[in-house]
Design a binder for this molecule. Sequence first.
Ligand code: MG
Ligand code: MG
Length: 317
Amino acid sequence: MFWTGELIARNAPVRRRVAPAPWEEPHIGKGVAAYLGLAIGDALGATVEFLTPNEIRHQHGVHREITGGGWLRLKAGKVTDDTTMSLALGESILASGGVDAKAAADAFNAWMRAKPVDIGNTVRRNLITYRQTGNPEAPASEHDAGNGAAMRTLPVALACYGQPPEKTILASRAQAHVTHHNEISDAACETLIFMVQDFLAGRDAAEVKRERADELVRRHPIFAYEKKRSENPSGYVVDTIHAVFQSLFDTNSFEDCMIDVVNRGGDADTTGAIVGMLAGARYGLEAIPKRWQKALEAATLAACEQQAMALLELARR
Ligand code: MG
Ligand code: MG
């Protein structure tokens, strides 16, 4: 004797399961939004990189459109190292089926050979050392606490989605230590990765703030971000995190968050990229202004979308 439910199930016509479109799975849509947010923040912020908030006010009023220019004289919609290093890392993860330090170092090395529009000093120095030694782990240095590893954490967050935290931490350090072997940088990278994953899983901002951002401050008080307003943040990862967390938690939409962070000036392409990935994951695709999606170079937009989906597919396997 079958239970009714079982009987119904047995006699039901065999319905082919239609796989949901990628966008219909919330975490995939949010993963794509995180990648677009990263690229949009980079492109938006590059215009005002290294300006002070005052200089931005004089030159732009409130900077809110992707117009290119800036010290790199970018074409509108072009991105910088923050996005292109992330894409290079993501490619290496997909090619090797996981996060691998040597594969990441080779990918960054090839990226540097292709003459990127910009490159950080620590990245350049440690990639040159890698060419000489073949060791994909840079020597530990208390000085290498720039934001260069934190700006490219997204592929790790996506590839490790749903994996145990210990494994995620190892993956984060494998990619980060190619250029930034530093405890403060590590703490920032790992926190950012867990925040992205939390938002993908649908956790709310108050929870993420308490359990990730405030927990980072508890372990490393130098990251205390609620003391004074961060303006003109430098490339020091602590300054970056102050600006990013203030903008993320003091605004209520993707657009407001991005405008808030880039108008603080300083390393604005990188604060824009990092908060863009967090805000994209938090608010999802529908929240990203269409005008910014259209302004982004089409090839970059497509690469970010495809890579986000491929990395989440890898994480599922
Ligand atoms: Mg940059
Ligand atoms: Mg920058």
